[in-house]
Design a protein around this ligand. Structure first.
Ligand code: AMP
Length: 230
């Protein structure tokens, strides 16, 4: 009985220790709106404040593990955080968020539901390191310092509906930001792989880009991927 109790206590402590470790790094995910909007089951609406400038938009900053089971990540970590739009500091970022982190859902919205969703699902899991305000501030900073569209254009890869090799797209971005990345594809309405999202990696404290320690499962299964216009 004594040894059973000891085993239970040990198991409990191990479980607590692993959840207390929280996360190891961030994926910072940017999205090509043309590929979000042109899929079969996706309706897209401009936000109520108008069409944001053409370019990649932020999807989210996602705390992640660099350990098995790979593919799992912390989400919806309970927190007492106030709703983001009641946070005066976050409100100060709204014009910048509207430009760089638009929601394309219908009916048209002010995008704040999307920001709240990303904070609640992902941001709350790194709250011990990045406050609610820092979560958004840091995301906007990395969006500005990794100009993915410019990286691609410099390499002659343009959003013109043409096909490019996955290797050339990856190499163009990696050369430009000097770190490894992951390209996520989705499928357009004609069934072709297209450039959907770019995952860059950021260290645990949210201060610098790093090489991605672990990459999600490949999603670009064709050699050629389309870069649709937007
Ligand atoms: P996540 O829950 O962070 O993995 O993000 C996936 C959810 O975000 C899905 O419900 C998507 O439909 C939604 N989503 C992804 N990109 C956008 C976007 N640009 N605007 C609105 N919702 C989005």
């Amino acid at each position: 009985m004594g040894s059973q109790k000891l085993l239970l206590v040990t198991l409990f402590l191990l479980a607590f220790a692993s959840s207390a470790q929280g996360y190891d790094f961030f994926y910072f995910v940017q999205q090509w709106p043309g590929s979000y909007c042109n899929t079969n089951n996706q309706r897209c609406c401009y936000p109520i404040y108008g069409k944001p400038p053409s370019g990649f938009g932020i999807h989210g900053l996602w705390p992640n593990y660099n350990r098995p089971p790979y593919g799992a990540y912390p989400q919806n970590c309970y927190s007492n955080s106030i709703p983001i739009m009641s946070n005066r500091q976050v409100s100060g970022l709204v014009p910048n968020l509207q430009t760089n982190w638009p929601s394309w859902t219908c009916p048209r919205s002010d995008s704040s539901n999307f920001w709240q969703h990303e904070w609640t699902k992902h941001g709350t899991c790194s709250e011990a390191v990045l406050s609610q305000y820092d979560y958004f501030r840091v995301s906007l900073q990395f969006k500005q310092s990794t100009n993915i569209l410019q990286c691609l254009i410099t390499a002659g890869i343009l959003p013109n509906g043409r096909y490019y090799t996955l290797a050339s797209v990856t190499a163009a971005i990696e050369k430009c930001i000097r770190h490894t990345i992951y390209v996520k594809c989705n499928i357009d309405k004609w069934g072709h792989d297209q450039l959907y999202e770019v995952y860059t990696c950021i260290n645990k404290s949210g201060t610098m880009l790093i090489d991605c320690p672990v990459l999600p499962t490949p999603t670009c299964l064709s050699f050629w991927i389309r870069f649709p216009s937007f």
